[in-house]
Ligand binder design. Structure first.
Ligand code: ATP
Length: 249
């Protein structure tokens, strides 16, 4: 349903994405793994269209540093030049790195803001879904987002993205800075989203180990290039992947 072909992104003359082609099928979980600076956020920004906004801001400030090439197709439509707001309307929703919640707003306000594209009925159904997915949020609805733990904030960030009625959910490093226990809780929730909806998911993470069990297909990025790809089982059986990403030889 989402196909990126030969994506290239330059920051000035630095190649941040080097000819990346990735596909995410309907209702599949696709992993994108890579170390710091491998290009994960650049990829997520390119898929969600935020990169066009960043590029526009730069132009307005007098610079022209960022260039993008390649093809991007969503449900058979060319979306390479589609604005991020229209991509969100079409169902491509980014849950950004470092959560970026409105810290002065409550949990429920953050969630409602996410539902700005939804009808009243959709928002009601989605809110119930989010609360069932993250029962811990039920009691925290009135708490200001800035006073939540990192894990709770991530629940709100994923919940807010779900309120936007995604067809494809882009999760950029959802586990960053969280305890193994919280990571496991969130990964179970991501799997549940797949099981209980027809949403597709792309999840970018630095550490593959906690996410690997739930991905259907994954790509490994190094210095902006996809150096390996395969189904979960193919990658699990690959000795290079095992040693580089699981510390096993
Ligand atoms: P991290 O885990 O640190 O978030 P990442 O895999 O998401 O890493 P990106 O943030 O996509 O990596 O960065 C890829 C490369 O592009 C890095 O070398 C980074 O320094 C560079 N980069 C990212 N954003 C910009 C920018 N706005 N201007 C210049 N260089 C940038």
């Amino acid at each position: 349903m989402l196909n990126a072909t030969d994506l290239m992104v330059f920051y000035e003359n630095m190649l941040a994405l080097n000819n990346i082609s990735i596909t995410c099928q309907k209702n599949r979980i696709t992993g994108v793994f890579g170390a710091n600076s491998a290009g994960k956020s650049t990829l997520m920004y390119s898929l969600s269209g935020i990169m066009l906004d960043i590029q526009k801001k730069e132009k307005m400030a007098g610079g022209e540093r960022i260039t993008l090439y390649g093809q991007l197709e969503f449900e058979g439509r060319d979306i390479m030049n589609m604005k991020p707001s229209n991509r969100a309307r079409a169902g491509i929703v980014l849950c950004p790195e470092r959560r970026r919640l409105f810290s002065e707003s409550s949990v429920i306000e953050n969630l409602r803001i996410g539902g700005y594209l939804a009808t009243k009925e959709q928002a009601k159904v989605s809110l119930e879904f989010v609360m069932a997915l993250f029962p811990a949020l039920t009691k925290l609805q009135k708490r200001l987002a800035g006073f939540l733990s990192g894990g709770e904030q991530q629940m709100v960030a994923i919940g807010r993205a779900l309120m936007a009625q995604p067809k494809i959910l882009l999760l950029d490093e959802p586990l960053m800075g969280l305890s193994p226990l919280m990571q496991a809780t969130l990964i179970r929730a991501v799997k549940k989203i797949q099981e209980e909806s027809d949403i597709s998911i792309i999840v970018a993470e630095q550490y593959a180990r906690p996410v690997f069990p739930i991905v259907d297909y994954a790509y490994i990025l190094e210095n902006g290039a996809a150096v390996m790809e395969g189904t979960r089982d193919e990658l699990m059986d690959n000795p290079d992947v095992k040693s580089a990403y699981f510390g096993m030889s």
